[in-house]
Write a protein that binds this ligand. Structure first.
Ligand SMILES: Nc1ncnc2c1ncn2[C@@H]1O[C@H](COP(=O)(O)OP(=O)(O)O)[C@@H](O)[C@H]1O
Length: 342
């Protein structure tokens, strides 16, 4: 018996402005079940596609109020590269997403880079930047081509920002490029291990190869967009594969320079929530500035008899995550002075 509060009934549905879907770490591969690196979490590589189909069926029944779906990265598993199945697996997952009646925004995670180069991704269906909003007369709010990030408006007065957590990374970058050298230097300065994926003995265990960070250029752009949103009394939702708030995440999974991203966000009023994937176990915390950090439970580690996705219902004073399966419901109030008056 599910005794979670039902977001549909615990608030006046007439107040609801719009809704959006969230899903993370599908990591599909045409493989038998396996385990994570530590061998303590089962991974359901094939069944992840069935979970995705179930989520899409559910979202399609609510498509009159649903504005979009946010896919938080790691859409196919790195094993596909070893089996030379990256393109066929991506095709299969994208064909499934084709059945969704609303737009999907794709975030890029480490497994995207195990399968594809950044150039390939830029020219693929995983690049959903064509859905971006361009703000006339504010060129400073346009992202550069050096990273994969953009913002869009799913509903008036709500701006969503998709961030590139692998902007600073040794993944997906040409090894002969200056950027690779720069990122390898950052990684090695913080991680003296021979195996750069290992956090063993590190005081900052998130400096591992399977993570990345945000360039100053991207953070400056984020600052400009948030300044615009503050000025225009918008509410902002940020999406990234990598989490940035230690209280909501496994310490190994954080973005390299998560503190820099938090500093930018905390210098603005407008940010309501930050959605991330990557950790698979999920997590949640409201930070001291009233930003709700949600790390979504990963599809790949979700047993066939459960589910892992959510629908977020947006109200003038709060967002309510309606979780399915192992994703819990969450009520995310805006700070009192942040409530919108329609
Ligand atoms: N402690 C560790 N030591 C060495 N390699 C690791 C360690 N943890 C993870 N890895 C490697 O890092 C990569 C990502 O790990 P994985 O558990 O598959 O994470 P995820 O699928 O959540 O991104 C894999 O190639 C894995 O083998």
């Amino acid at each position: 018996m599910d005794d979670k509060p039902n977001p549909k009934t615990s608030s006046e549905s007439s107040e609801r402005l719009f809704s959006f879907g969230v899903i993370a770490d599908i990591q599909y591969a045409d493989l038998e079940d396996g385990y994570n690196f530590h061998g303590n979490r089962r991974r359901y590589y094939r069944h992840s596609l069935v979970h995705l189909q179930g989520a899409i069926d559910d979202w399609n029944t609510q498509s009159s109020t649903l504005s979009c779906v946010l896919q938080l990265g790691d859409i196919i598993d790195g094993y596909n590269a070893q089996h030379k199945a990256s393109e066929t697996s991506l095709e299969l997952v994208m064909n499934t997403f084709q059945k969704l009646k609303v737009p999907v925004h794709h975030t890029w995670g480490n497994h995207e880079f195990y399968n594809f180069s950044r150039d390939y991704l830029t020219n693929s269906k995983l690049n959903t930047k064509f859905l971006e909003d361009q703000i006339a007369h504010h060129p400073e709010t346009r992202p550069s081509e050096n990273y994969y990030a953009y913002h869009f408006v799913p509903f008036p007065k709500f701006r969503f920002i998709l961030l590139d957590g692998y902007d600073l990374s040794v993944l997906g970058v040409d090894q002969s490029s200056p950027k690779y050298q720069q990122c390898m230097k950052i990684l090695k300065e913080h991680n003296p291990n021979m195996e750069l994926n290992s956090p063993q003995g590190l005081s900052e265990p998130h400096y591992v190869q399977f993570n990345g960070g945000f360039s100053q250029e991207q953070l400056n752009w984020l600052n400009e967009v948030l300044t615009f949103s503050d000025t225009n009394q918008e509410k902002v939702v940020i999406v990234s594969h990598l989490p940035i708030y230690p209280e909501s995440s496994d310490s190994v999974c954080l973005a390299w320079n998560y503190r820099d991203a938090l500093a930018v966000i905390w210098s603005h009023e407008c940010v309501v929530c930050f959605f991330a994937g990557h950790t698979h176990d999920g997590g949640y915390s409201e930070d001291p500035f009233g930003v709700h950090h949600v790390n979504l439970e990963g599809v790949i580690e979700t047993a066939p008899d459960s589910q892992a996705f959510g629908t977020v219902h947006v109200y003038p004073d709060k967002m309510m995550l309606e979780g399915r399966g192992r994703v819990p419901d969450r009520i995310m109030n805006y700070k009192r002075e942040k409530a919108l008056h329609f």
